[in-house]
Design a protein around this ligand. Structure first.
Ligand code: ADP
Length: 225
């Protein structure tokens, strides 16, 4: 069977005037469905570039990205948008919630292409799953950082994605709230969602099945628990 994610010799360079930065330098790895992978490495080593490519927000210059055996480069922009909407959930360090919407509405944003009844049912279910039912009518501003990140995770889980891409999801949280967020990601992986999480925390990386270490656009090490 094809691996869920298959990355082969993937490269991405940025050019600013005369200067070229090799953000990703021919990296290769595979991720199985339902695997929880932590991505570590110093600032500037290419972690965000890799997450953006995995989430179809950026395109590599060379190499191959196969999702369930299908070469992503052959898909049209419309297909990629559909794939992203239905199959990928994003979680960011700074939550990226919409202040003008309440918690339930922020989660509903991930489901706008569904009918209203289905949407409401799914929002209720995912708020319950993330322990936010009693906060449904609050605005993000009225919540703690930990609660806001739980809303972001609820939004990421709403469409029942196959893949969650999390960019330092615990970076702005204290240790108790960070641990709660990691538990939600672990639960998602246990339920079959593949999770790729950038983190600077060795402790949080231990929650993952595997840690991939990057340096200067390359993979320099892997630890499997
Ligand atoms: P990380 O997420 O590990 O901090 P990034 O993927 O953000 O690393 O960046 C990798 C390298 O690519 C860095 O040297 C960064 O300066 C460069 N880079 C990232 N985005 C851009 C961009 N839009 N334009 C130019 N250089 C960029």
């Amino acid at each position: 069977m094809d691996p869920f994610l298959q990355i082969s010799s993937l490269s991405r360079a940025y050019r600013t005037g005369e200067v070229e930065t090799q953000a990703l330098d021919a990296i290769s790895f595979e991720v199985a469905a339902g695997e929880f992978v932590a991505l570590m490495g110093p600032s500037g080593c290419g972690k965000s570039t890799l997450l953006n490519i995995l989430g179809f927000l950026d395109t590599p210059d060379a190499g191959s990205y196969r999702l369930r055996g299908e070469e992503v480069a052959t898909l049209s922009d419309t297909q990629l948008t559909q794939l992203r909407r239905a199959h990928v959930g994003f979680v960011f360090q700074n939550f990226n919630l919409i202040d003008e919407l309440n918690v339930a509405e922020n989660v509903e944003v991930a489901l706008l292409y569904r009918d209203v009844d289905g949407r409401r049912r799914r929002v209720d279910a995912v708020l319950e799953q993330t322990g936010l039912t009693h906060r449904a009518r609050h605005r993000p501003r009225q919540l703690s950082g930990g609660q806001q990140q739980r809303v972001a995770i609820a939004r990421a889980l709403a469409a029942k994605p196959d893949l969650i891409l999390a960019d330092e999801p615990t970076g702005n949280l204290d240790s108790a709230n960070g641990a709660a967020v990691i538990d939600l990601l672990k639960d998602a992986a246990a339920a079959g969602t593949t999770v790729v999480m950038v983190t600077h925390s060795a402790l949080h990386a231990e929650a993952a099945d595997r840690t991939i270490r990057m340096l200067d656009g390359r993979i320099v090490g892997e630890t499997r628990l």
